[in-house]
Design a protein around this ligand. Structure first.
Ligand code: ZN
Length: 246
């Protein structure tokens, strides 16, 4: 795989790099996308039922059963080469941040230490009444009515549902990191959900070099300094090799 000289040099010289990842990265690990594509989750399941507060309030047990099944599925799957290469970059660059729209925790499993989860995490629960947040205890027995250890109210999955805002602190941190990076690499993001889709523009406005890796073209094609079309699990290891082993 051939890469432009400028791209290689920009990465070699970077002191702060941000990876912004979306469904396309985890899809290669076998996790179906939620929104895009013919086999996406919301093509098969009604998001009104499984991904809204009213849906949860109407039938929390049904919603919990569904997320519990997803937890079991995610556990059985593994991070892929793209997740591993992203984590390896921590050894080479002074500051590496991963901003992700995925809820699967695969970046952390691959070893990434600084991960901002814009859509929450399937590994976390939060209480419906007061937003107390907990790491899921990991046991594999289904709990029909999980309750908050702080206030006793019903727990829900700590993921961002339709009609909900992105978590303030996470989004603020993501904006800060995008406005303070030398290179931003967007991988497998569809780039049509706002405000997350604004993040690359924040980086460009601050002078960052923007690389996009995607199977498909997106809104970013025209503004990216470099577009690499293909699978992240193939492009990322090749890019690493081109930067450090040539
Ligand atoms: Zn609580």
């Amino acid at each position: 795989m051939k890469f432009e000289r400028t791209l290689i040099e920009k990465i070699r010289q970077a002191q702060r790099i941000v990876f912004f990842t979306g469904a396309g990265v985890s899809q290669e690990s076998g996790i179906p996308t939620f929104r895009d594509g013919p086999n996406s989750v919301w093509q098969h399941f009604d998001p009104e039922v499984y991904a809204t507060v009213p849906g949860f309030d109407k039938n929390p047990t049904k919603v919990w059963e569904w997320y519990w099944e997803r937890r079991q599925t995610f556990k059985a799957l593994k991070p892929n080469a793209a997740h591993h290469v992203i984590a390896a970059w921590q050894e080479k660059i002074q500051k590496v941040t991963v901003i992700t729209q995925n809820i699967d925790g695969f970046h952390q499993r691959a070893g990434s230490q600084s991960v901002i989860e814009l859509h929450g995490s399937l590994a976390m629960d939060k209480c419906r009444a007061n937003g107390h947040s907990f790491k899921h205890d990991g046991n594999s027995v289904f709990d029909e009515h999980p309750s908050c250890a702080e206030c006793g109210s019903l727990l829900r999955p700590d993921v961002v549902w339709f009609g909900e805002a992105l978590p303030d602190v996470a989004y603020y941190q993501a904006e800060m990191d995008c406005s303070n990076c030398d290179v931003l690499i967007c991988i497998g993001c569809s780039m049509d959900i706002y405000p997350a889709a604004n993040l690359p523009y924040t980086a460009i406005a601050s002078g960052a070099y923007l690389i996009q890796i995607n199977l498909n073209s997106t809104n970013l094609n025209e503004v990216a300094n470099c577009n690499l079309r293909g699978k992240a699990g193939e492009i990322m290891p090749a890019l690493w090799q081109a930067v450090y082993e040539n």
